[in-house]
Design a protein around this ligand. Structure first.
Ligand code: SF4
Length: 480
């Protein structure tokens, strides 16, 4: 009997031990004309490492070389795909990089990005995309009818296909025309022989930043990636905007006639790094503020606040400060676990949990504790932590969630389980608390999130909490 038939893989970060968590689709990092002392590929590598939390399935870079656009990509983490020899063999000043988590299209290397399309004259373009198109099926069928042969199962190939078709009139024109056809969420960067072109959907669901490093320009999904490579933040690519980095510097083309900015609120709640800046505000500051607002909603008597490692830390700090309670790191998380191979029986799952989390019993015994997390989706982690705290002698366990109940599917690039798997689908909080094994459960309200982000309600997408999906913005019409 083969090993693989007996043992099934458990990803300790994304499976039983940690519970399911919402998964973003991808991070983008691109640098134009880097002339500094380091290798541009090294800069891109560091930028992608800084964005690794946005996608761990595959990584890739595309770049210009003598034969035209070339690319290196593979399955796994950035440091696995780009060992030192590979990295230093990339001799290019302009590089487009990507880390991927799949929401549309399976997890195969053929779907790893950047995707590359070559013309008969060997000229080419390469595309890296964060988001999810909402008219994929219709465009896929149309392209098939037009004779296109798909090489991937990713919606990114649809964008690439339209860019290739329209490219003879110039890359900016191609992007403008493609934006008139595609719908949904896309923060993307395309590379040709001369330039990088960044473009963002009219709603701006996913972030996209512009920075500079000396004379070089950078596009990146988060400011933390700019900080990591020592670059300065210039501004965000605006919803519906096209920005080129080329021989004449940066140029901007506004492409929107009807847009309603709808940045995904989950970028603040969970996806983005706490050290990133979104809309001029620190993500850490947002999470801490929501924790302090959540404190006003808690009625239970408490002795101590414990963060769910590591996702609940910022909110737990705000909550503990507001309630004037000690915050203790009473659950230790083993950060050195990658993927392991364990048969997924109940016993093995419990062992995986013990591998991942271990409580500091002395802190917990006899105490009334609040365990704080950023969100509740399936509730797997909450169940695990509540059980661990009770087993360690906690007198009471109160679950505090720094976002509203997650109840509706996302169509804009976030992988969310089927409705039947959502823990908070039933709004009876007493039942939910009992089912999770807690004495009570308190959620932040949507108004807390808007208050913490300091934006008007229409500036954020919060559809997975409300079921009210933003109207998709339109582009300006046909552009030649
Ligand atoms: S539905 Fe939810 S996860 Fe999806 S973009 Fe809107 S806020 Fe983000």
């Amino acid at each position: 009997m083969k090993f693989n038939n007996v043992l099934k893989r458990i990803d300790l970060d994304n499976n039983y031990s940690n519970g399911w968590r919402p998964q973003d689709k991808c991070g983008v990092f691109a640098i134009y004309n880097y002339q500094g002392p380091d290798n541009a590929a090294l800069i891109t590598y560091l930028g992608l490492l800084a964005l690794q939390h946005r996608g761990q399935e595959s990584a890739g870079m595309a770049f210009n070389c003598e034969q035209g656009i070339n690319h290196i990509k593979g399955m796994g983490l950035v440091d696995h795909v780009f060992p030192r020899d590979t990295l230093f063999a990339i001799d290019s000043k302009t590089i487009l990089g990507h880390v991927r988590y799949s929401t549309t299209g399976s997890s195969f290397v053929v779907n790893a990005q950047p995707l590359v399309a070559r013309s008969a004259d060997q000229s080419g373009i390469s595309l890296a995309h964060n988001g999810n198109l909402t008219n994929t099926r219709r465009l896929h069928n149309k392209l098939l009818g037009d004779g296109h042969i798909f090489h991937t199962t990713s919606d990114t190939e649809i964008i690439l296909s339209y860019l290739s078709r329209f490219k003879r009139r110039g890359l900016v024109s191609a992007v403008q025309n493609a934006m008139n056809i595609i719908e949904g969420a896309y923060s993307a960067v395309v590379l040709d022989e001369e330039q990088l072109v960044a473009f963002r959907d009219p709603n701006g669901f996913r972030p996209l930043m512009i920075g500079c490093l000396g004379e070089a320009f950078i596009f990146a999904s988060e400011t933390a990636a700019l900080d990591t490579v020592g670059a300065s933040f210039i501004r965000e690519v605006e919803p519906g905007e096209i920005v080129t980095a080329g021989p004449k510097g940066l140029s901007s083309y506004k492409q929107v006639s009807d847009s309603e900015s709808s940045l995904c609120v989950f970028e603040h709640v969970y996806f983005s790094r706490p050290d990133s800046i979104l809309g001029g505000q620190s993500v850490y500051g947002f999470r801490k503020k929501v924790g302090s607002l959540l404190a006003r909603r808690i009625t239970a008597g408490l002795d101590m606040v414990i963060p769910s490692p590591d996702s609940g830390v910022s909110a737990a700090i705000g909550l503990a400060e507001s309630l004037n309670l000690p915050m203790e790191w009473a659950i230790h998380r083993n950060s050195y676990l990658g993927r392991t191979f364990i048969e997924p029986t109940q016993n093995e799952r419990e062992m995986a949990v013990r591998l991942k989390f271990n409580p500091v019993k002395d802190l917990i015994t006899g105490r009334r504790v609040a365990i704080v997390d950023d969100s509740l989706v399936r509730g797997t982690t909450a169940r695990v932590l509540a059980a661990l705290l009770r087993k360690s002698g906690a007198a009471e366990v109160h679950l505090c969630i720094a976002s509203p109940p997650y109840k509706h599917p996302c169509y804009y690039g976030i992988d969310i389980p089927l409705a039947r798997d959502l823990a908070a689908l039933d709004s009876d909080l007493n039942y939910l608390a009992a089912e999770i094994g807690a004495d009570s459960i308190t959620f932040a309200e949507l108004s807390d999130l808007y208050s913490a982000v300091g934006k008007e309600q229409h500036k954020l997408c919060s559809a997975c909490f409300t079921g009210l999906y933003p109207k998709l913005g339109k582009t300006r019409g046909k552009v030649s």
